[in-house]
Design a protein around this ligand. Structure first.
Ligand SMILES: Nc1ncnc2c1ncn2[C@@H]1O[C@H](COP(=O)(O)OP(=O)(O)O)[C@@H](O)[C@H]1O
Ligand SMILES: [Mg+2]
Length: 433
């Protein structure tokens, strides 16, 4: 008799319970059943059953979005023997290159996405981008699929209006003052009410697309046009009072039903709405960090589910403002590839599986993004050997084409923060491509 135990079912076993499960190959013509998996247990420890990939009962994860962050998630999942399926809108995306299977579909198309989910039957669906059909995820969840962290959290976080109102109104988190507008006239009025400067963003957008700062009245029309041109649904905009912060951080927060853990705070610098440099830990007063952690706990508990969250805050003296949250690994968190025994990607996979989230912070480090300076159908990066040294290395994403400003690689340095930041920037400056 065969019994497939999904990880969410592998709960606490009562004392002296013996569990023996095996799937014998039945000789020639065996139908690729998962081979023997064992486990017997005593006491109250929890167990997890691991299966090899590409068997009929393999534990499978499906990534919706296959960029550089998804690529690292796939690698971490593969390290635990999971079967990986990577989905994106174009072929040979970074995670496609390392997954067991890849698919190219329009994830905004509900039927196409739902159809693929039903065919692949993943144990876990990991959205890595925001431009997808949330209705497909909601339907999949109703059908019993496990969306990470859950479809409602994905719905809330993909729209700045939903997450801002949830955080500020429902959970009482401090944020910048804000308004939502749909017309040029409303934008002008909101800028007047909030005062200048203020920041304008389409409610459905990411990576700085359509985002701009209004510094004087003449900027209003430009900000309106800029937001309209951006990808995503620019029909509604959020206007936020500008927070003149001393620094901003990402607080990576991993959670399961059993525990919540925080990584050391990550400081970062954004240019044109995109991260260029991040470092860990951000040197900040303990009391301020505790405040940010409490807010991160509140928002991640509010969203619920399993996985890692990148919670973004602005800090001005001892005031902490919640900015936004992504229910997935964060680009500024790539620094954890060199600073932690378990990177944010490994922690994500662990959280998804409901495994313990303990890890060691090895020490300070920095990451810097390399962005292409050219459009190329065969991108070539010229990297000097100095990019690979005792305390530094780069990771190349393998994107099939480049365009100006596209992130193609990341430099990672393990050193005291100041030195690490400088070296990471120097490495990036030394790359041509
Ligand atoms: N209200 C604000 N005040 C000051 N800076 C802001 C504000 N909103 C955004 N920014 C700056 O713009 C960056 C990107 O904004 P964010 O809301 O995080 O958009 P995205 O989803 O594109 O990351 C932030 O990391 C911060 O540096
Ligand atoms: Mg952000």
């Amino acid at each position: 008799m065969y019994k497939q135990i999904q990880p969410q079912a592998a709960g606490t076993l009562g004392s002296c319970v013996l569990v023996l499960i095996f799937y014998p190959e039945s000789g020639e013509g065996a139908d690729h059943e998962t081979p023997c998996i064992f486990i017997f247990h005593l006491n109250t420890e929890e167990i997890m059953l691991f299966t090899p990939p590409l068997k009929s009962r393999s534990m499978k994860i499906m990534l919706l979005g296959s960029g550089e962050l998804g690529k690292e998630v796939v690698i971490e999942a593969a390290r635990l023997g999971l079967e990986t399926v990577a989905v994106d809108s174009y072929p040979h995306a970074p995670a496609h290159l390392v997954a067991n299977r890849s698919h190219v579909i329009d994830m905004k198309n509900k039927e196409a996405l739902l159809d693929l989910i039903r065919r692949e039957k993943p144990a876990f669906i990991l959205p890595e981008i925001e431009a997808l059909s949330i209705e497909a995820l909601e339907d999949a969840e109703k059908e019993g699929f496990h969306v990470i962290p859950n479809a409602e959290a994905v719905r809330k976080t993909m729209n700045r209006k939903n997450i801002r109102e949830f955080a500020e109104k429902e959970l009482g988190l401090k944020t910048s003052a804000y308004r939502f507008v749909k017309t040029h006239g409303e934008l002008k009025a909101a800028a007047g009410e909030l005062g200048l400067p203020c920041v304008v963003k389409p409610v459905m957008s990411s990576s700085g697309h359509g985002q701009s700062v209004i510094r004087c009245e003449a900027d209003v029309a430009r900000a309106w046009e800029h937001a309209k041109e951006a990808r995503g649904d620019a029909s509604e905009l959020i206007v936020e009072a500008f927070v003149d912060f001393d620094y901003e951080i990402t607080l990576l927060t991993a959670r399961t039903e059993k525990e919540t853990v925080f990584c050391e705070p990550i400081g970062h610098i954004q240019e044109d709405g995109d991260y260029v440099l991040s470092w860990q830990p951000m040197d900040m007063p303990e009391a301020v960090l505790r405040k940010a952690q409490a807010m991160a706990k509140t928002i991640t508990e509010g969203l619920g589910g399993r996985g890692i969250f990148g919670v973004e805050f602005f800090v001005s003296k001892d005031e902490v403002y919640f900015s936004e949250v992504s229910p997935r690994p964060h680009d500024t968190g790539m620094v954890t590839l060199i600073t932690q025994s378990q990177s944010e990607f490994a922690l994500h996979v662990r959280a998804v599986l409901g495994l313990p989230l303990d890890f060691v912070f090895y020490g300070p480090g920095a990451s810097a993004a390399f962005k292409s300076s050219e459009k190329a159908s065969l991108p070539m990066l010229e990297v000097p050997d100095t990019a690979f040294s005792q305390n530094a290395f780069i990771r190349i994403f393998g994107k099939p084409v480049s365009h100006v400003g596209r992130r193609m690689a990341v430099a990672l340095v393990f050193d005291a923060v100041e030195a690490a930041r400088k070296k990471a920037r120097d490495i990036v400056a030394s790359i041509r491509g």
